[in-house]
Design a protein around this ligand. Structure first.
Ligand SMILES: O=P(O)(O)OC[C@H]1O[C@H](O[C@H]2O[C@H](CO)[C@@H](O)[C@H](O)[C@H]2O)[C@H](O)[C@@H](O)[C@@H]1O
Length: 321
């Protein structure tokens, strides 16, 4: 496939691992590394969410701290923390029976993040391919349950990776939602395919900021700006750490001109998006409503994701009980 690095899960950071939000986690035997049930309760990752216009030195420092926090060094003294983390976040695979029991009489709806969940985390965002085996698993899932991919990437790009027309796609962190092109089974009443684009008015602004960021950051080796249509990603995975301050300053120097945009952070990526109240959690709520399950108890939504942005969806599920 590719010969680039595949980044291995590290549950301690909360950023290089995958979580399955399902139900209150019951401490069980230590699971093998992989995906975990996350109880999206008290401890939430610190989110660098600010008006993009706040350009002070404190903000740059906070931003840098957060960039560093997305890649904590491995220390053997952390082994105990890791064990205790795993006890409180047991593997979903160890609770399969509980999941089956909880789903009895309910319509399961699957929500899947893409990067780090369906595909491995790799150095080059353009090469984050999913395996044929994973594609088959998703295809099988969609045969039985309405299934949505909820990604920070633009919808077209994530579709090109997944290539399954029977799914819902919510690209740009949920700001671009489309129903399955194939079949009418799960479409909404109006039979529309593009269901929701709450940030349309921001398109010209996002394009402008994209061009400025490409120009500004071109002097930093490894920096990559990705246009995700309704939002932007500035990748620093391949940037030397000693140049992160410079990169953060460059990003801030552009975004300070756009108070209607905000800055968030994912795995070795700064994300610029419209300051509207819309995120992966809102997308999940929108899709449940479109499918006729807004306030229903007859539904079991399952969301699998690995990143800070997925926590918005975990919170919605927690709040639904
Ligand atoms: O919501 P997601 O589907 O998880 O998308 C979040 C971001 O994923 C991609 O970046 C991440 O994956 C890359 C490929 O493995 C990796 O190189 C990068 O460091 C990660 O942050 C994507 O490129 C971004 O645009 C998405 O926002």
């Amino acid at each position: 496939m590719t010969n680039q690095n595949v980044i291995v899960s590290d549950p301690r950071s909360g950023l290089e691992s995958s979580f399955l939000s399902f139900s209150p986690a019951v401490p069980g035997p230590l699971p093998p590394p992989g995906r975990f049930i996350a109880v999206p309760a008290k401890k939430s990752f610190k989110n660098i969410e600010s008006a993009a216009g706040d350009h002070g030195a404190n903000r740059i420092t906070a931003l840098l701290d957060s960039m560093r926090a997305s890649s904590p060094p491995r220390r053997s003294s952390e082994t105990e923390n890791l064990k205790s983390w795993i006890v409180h976040h047991p593997s979903a695979l160890d609770m399969f029976e509980e999941i089956i029991n909880a789903s009895k009489g309910k319509q399961i709806i699957m929500f899947l993040d893409y990067d780090g969940t369906l595909s491995p985390i790799v150095d080059d965002p353009d090469k984050a391919f999913m395996t044929a085996e994973m594609r088959e698993a998703v295809r099988d899932t969609a045969k039985y349950f309405p299934t949505a991919i909820v990604s920070g990437r633009c919808r077209a790009k994530v579709f090109n990776f997944v290539k399954l027309s029977e799914l819902y796609y919510a690209g740009s962190h949920g700001m671009d939602i489309k129903a399955p092109a194939k079949g009418r089974k799960y479409r909404n009443g109006n039979n529309q395919t593009v269901l929701c684009q709450p940030a349309r008015e921001f398109l010209p602004m996002i394009d402008e900021v994209y061009k400025s960021l490409v120009e500004k950051t071109k002097s930093i080796p490894g920096a990559k700006v990705e246009n995700n249509k309704f939002c932007l990603s500035v990748h620093f995975r391949r940037v030397e750490e000693k140049r992160w301050t410079e990169l953060a300053e460059q990003v801030k120097s552009v975004t300070k001109e756009y108070p209607k945009l905000r800055l968030t952070q994912g795995r070795k990526v700064l994300e610029i998006r419209p300051s509207i109240k819309w995120d992966k959690g809102k997308a999940l709520e929108f899709l449940l409503e479109s499918l006729g399950y807004a306030n229903s108890n007859d539904v079991l939504p399952i969301y699998i994701g690995d990143d800070r942005t997925d926590e918005d969806a975990f919170k919605v599920l927690r709040d639904r009980g």
